[in-house]
Structure formats: structure tokens, C-alpha cells
Design a protein around this ligand. Structure first.
Ligand code: KIV
Length: 263
């Protein structure tokens, strides 16, 4: 998938699949699937590092994980998340943050919100950095939003998200994540835009879908948002494999001759 395929797929009504990815091994697995796009999301702070929100993600964390994914991802299109405040201090600092992710192997960056980001988006796209937007429930705004709640339920909030989506398109974003918004609003925004929308908790009518790797594989069973579907019972399968190893060690069934070096 190349940057121009996002619009092409939208035009042809072919759905775009995006999955988060944070490490080399998972990237190697995803590289062998037909997934369209990998997102090195700032959700890495929660999923991999165990923080309670994405505010904890830093440029060091994002650069390290983007580089690891890039080494395993083959020719997959990689989007790197610009972390909390990294793009809000000054145009210069934001450009440096985008540069770090692109030089770590991202093919595009993602940022949250529209207000105050338009100039940066124009500057980045004019400088060879494709930008993906992110509206609705924007986790970096968790303390402004007052929690992980569905956005766009009131007319005022829906109008704001619609206006923001047009502003992001106008500023030059090539695609837009819509997170936790009512299905009808996501459908309306998708129809209004020429750029692709990628939904998470936004219903079936967006141009594509994104899920967190650990969520779709059922690895993270302590927390299951309403919109997550487990496509595999990963938690139990991992446990079964690990317990089989422990049993084999304890019974002496592992290692066998074929696992041993000879003199
Ligand atoms: O960080 C992330 O994983 C994201 C997705 C939820 C879209 O931004």
C-alpha cells in the first residue's frame, strides 16, 4: 500500500485495514499478512509499557518502537504517532519530532485534533511528510474530555467534529482516524470527505478500520472496550503454550536430543 492507495481504495469502496504494531516480531508477522497499514500508535505506552494513558508516550518511546517495527515490516505502510505535546511547542520542534519518526522508518505521521494543527499539517505535507489526522475520542485530550467517552453525541459536538474533519482535509491530511463516534456521524463525515476515514469504535461505514494488535488477538483480556472484537483467543493460547513448556521442563521432556549440541 502506498500513500495514493488510501484515496484509491476509498474511491473503489475497498476497505482499508490498519493494525497497531509496536515491535519487530509482530511486524514480521504482519508483514506476511495482507494488512494495508501499520500504526505505531502512542497506545504503546499503555499496551506495551503498562502506563494508564497515552500521555506517557515520549519521542524516545515512539522513535524506538517505530524503528523496531520498520525493521520487521517489509514494504508495509507505517504511520508513526506524534506523542503528547511533541507537536504543540513550536513549528520547529514539531518538525523535528516528525523528522525523528520519519527517519526511524515511518512513512507518515499521525496527530490528534485540528485546532492549532493546520499550519503544521500544511508545512509537513509541503515538506514530504504525509499526515494522518485523528478526531473524536482523542486520547491525548483525556483530561480535557474528562474520560474515555463517545464523542459527537450532541449536535454541537458532532458539528465540531464535522468542521474539524473538513479543516484537516483542507490542511492536507491524507486520511483521518475517527475514534469512538456514533455510526451515523462517522458515515456522514466519510461521505463528506474525499480523504479516507479509518474508524475505531465508529461503526462499519468508515473507509477502513483500525484495531490494537493485542486487542484483536485477545491478548489483553483485562480491558475490553465495547467496540473490540477478539479474532483469536490469544490469552488462553499463549497460556497453553507456556504451560506446555513448563510441564516439559518439569517432567524432563524438554530438551530432547535434537535440541542439544554434541561435542
Ligand atoms: O495509538 C493508537 O493506537 C491509536 C489508535 C487507537 C487509532 O491512535
Amino acid at each position: 500500500m502506498k500513500i495514493y492507495d488510501f484515496c484509491k481504495k476509498k474511491e473503489k469502496k475497498e476497505k482499508i485495514s490498519m493494525i497497531t504494531c509496536y515491535d519487530y516480531t509482530s511486524a514480521r508477522i504482519l508483514a506476511k499478512t495482507s494488512v494495508d497499514c501499520l500504526l505505531v500508535g502512542d497506545s504503546v505506552a499503555m499496551t506495551i509499557h503498562g502506563f494508564k494513558d497515552t500521555i506517557a508516550a515520549t519521542m524516545d518511546i515512539m522513535s524506538l518502537h517505530t524503528a523496531a517495527v520498520s525493521r520487521g515490516a517489509g514494504d508495509k505502510f507505517i504511520v508513526g504517532d506524534l506523542p503528547f505535546l511533541s507537536y504543540r511547542k513550536s513549528l520547529r520542534k514539531a518538525v523535528c519530532a516528525a523528522q525523528a519518526l520519519m527517519q526511524a522508518g515511518a512513512h507518515a505521521v499521525k496527530l490528534e485534533g485540528a485546532a492549532g494543527n493546520e499550519k503544521l499539517i500544511r508545512h509537513l505535507t509541503d515538506s514530504g511528510v504525509p499526515v494522518m489526522g485523528h478526531l473524536g475520542l482523542t486520547p491525548q485530550f483525556i483530561h480535557t474530555l474528562g474520560g474515555y467517552k463517545v464523542q459527537g453525541k450532541t449536535q454541537k459536538s458532532a458539528d465540531r467534529i464535522k468542521a474539524d474533519s473538513l479543516a484537516l482535509q483542507e490542511a492536507g491530511c491524507f486520511a483521518l482516524v475517527l475514534e469512538c463516534v456514533p455510526t451515523q456521524l462517522a458515515e456522514e463525515i466519510t461521505q463528506n470527505l474525499t480523504i479516507a476515514t479509518i474508524g475505531i469504535g465508529a461503526g462499519p461505514y468508515t473507509d477502513g478500520q483500525v484495531l490494537v494488535f493485542q486487542d484483536l488477538l485477545g491478548l489483553n483480556i483485562d480491558f475490553k472496550p465495547y467496540f473490540v472484537k477478539y479474532f483469536m483467543d490469544g490469552h488462553d493460547q499463549f497460556k497453553t503454550g507456556i504451560n506446555a513448556y513448563i510441564d516439559a521442563v518439569q517432567s524432563g521432556a524438554f530438551p530432547q536430543h535434537e535440541h542439544c549440541y554434541r561435542n
